[in-house]
Design a protein around this ligand. Structure first.
Ligand code: SF4
Ligand code: SF4
Length: 353
């Protein structure tokens, strides 16, 4: 908001006062082109951001083909991009800091996390009060309301820290400017702790609360690290073909599965599909031995070469004579990555009548 959208707004429509004056005035050619240009740039930025957002969920290559292709062929991605464009445009063009006030939990957390020694943005009451419009009377605050006018969430920092404060420091800059003009020291509104504003002294950085937060943050980093290390470079899923759980073809029971392998690495990789192995529950394992226990498998593509961040689907067909059928049993399908030798196994059930 501050780094991009407001800069664009200031660049096209000028400072806040000029914008307010123009908004209240009649529609002139200058007002129309400024509004149209700002709206166009905001729309473009929202559209761009919507693509970035969607790229969190679908691989970049796929997104590129969505962008180049016909929307009707990728309508889900297309709808997400369009919806997010509208949401982001609404947020940045109109809703703005209300997101911070109404939607974001930061302000509510802030009051629970800080103590009297936390550095915040505040107003030096000792120095500023009593307020007076005259510089030769009262405290340093001349009640000019520049800090309130500069605040994007519209609060008066002189009333103390409030939940709505997003810590942007606009009020600090506005007040420092006033102080320079009237020849008083800067820092009437500044970064300091509650204790610092009251007594002029600040406690050191290392406090029990800070140590506790550091421990919690380290625990968070530790969990993140452990989860990252367990991340697998590829995903394997086996899905039963939709519609029929099995097919009866004369005296043969057939199960058709779809194997989906997703390459999560940034380079092309070769995977090998291993046909299912017997399990203790396979029929006839105990009596007839493993060779007789398993169905016959057809794996049309046991070797698969998959592009970076892409996925492929390939069928696996399992068939066994009906006279050997004794009930459903599990099968394990394994896929090995040829480069690292890592294997992932997935269990499916062979079903019959
Ligand atoms: S830092 Fe100042 S200007 Fe920014 S939100 Fe807080 S009170 Fe308003
Ligand atoms: S900008 Fe400074 S002097 Fe003006 S009202 Fe705010 S605190 Fe007082």
């Amino acid at each position: 908001m501050e780094g991009v959208y407001r800069r664009v707004e200031r660049w096209i429509e000028g400072p806040r006062d000029a914008r307010i004056r123009r908004n209240l005035g009649p529609w002139t050619a200058g007002k129309v082109w400024r509004k149209a240009m700002k709206g166009g740039i905001f729309l473009f930025l929202a559209f761009l951001n919507a693509h970035v957002f969607v790229a969190y969920f679908i691989p970049a290559r796929e997104l590129l083909s969505v962008v180049r292709g016909n929307p009707a062929d990728h309508w889900t991605a297309f709808l997400w991009i369009m919806s997010w464009t509208v949401v982001l445009l609404f947020d940045y063009a109109w809703f703005r800091e209300q997101t911070c006030l109404i939607v974001c939990p930061y302000g509510r957390l802030q009051s629970a996390l800080i103590d009297a020694d936390t550095v915040i943005i505040g107003y030096d009451e000792v120095r500023g009060e009593p307020r007076s419009k005259r510089t030769d009377q009262g405290g340093d605050c001349i009640d000019c309301f520049r800090c309130v006018a500069a605040c994007p969430t519209g609060i008066d920092i002189r009333n103390g820290l409030q939940m709505e404060c997003i810590g942007c420091a606009n009020c600090v800059d506005a007040c420092d400017d006033v102080m320079r003009r009237i020849g008083r020291p800067e820092g009437l509104v500044r970064y300091d702790s509650e204790r610092g504003f009251r007594t002029g002294r600040r406690r050191g950085f290392f406090r029990a609360r800070v140590a506790l937060y550091a421990v919690l943050a380290l625990a968070g980093v530790g969990v993140f690290g452990a989860v990252s290390l367990r991340r697998t470079p590829f995903e394997v899923r086996v899905l039963r073909s939709t519609g029929l759980p099995y097919q009866l073809d004369g005296a043969v029971i057939r199960n058709i599965f779809t194997l989906r392998i997703q390459n999560k690495m940034s380079e092309r990789a070769v995977f090998f599909v291993r046909i299912p192995e017997e399990t203790d529950e396979s029929p006839g394992v105990a009596e007839a031995g493993a060779a007789a226990a398993l169905p016959d498998f057809t794996v049309p593509q046991p070797r698969l070469e998959i592009d970076a961040l892409a996925d492929v689907k390939t069928p696996i067909i399992a068939a066994m004579p009906r006279d050997r059928w004794e009930g459903p049993f599990p099968l394990t399908v394994s896929v090995a990555d040829s480069a690292t030798g890592r294997t992932r196994s997935v269990r499916v059930r062979f079903r019959g009548p």
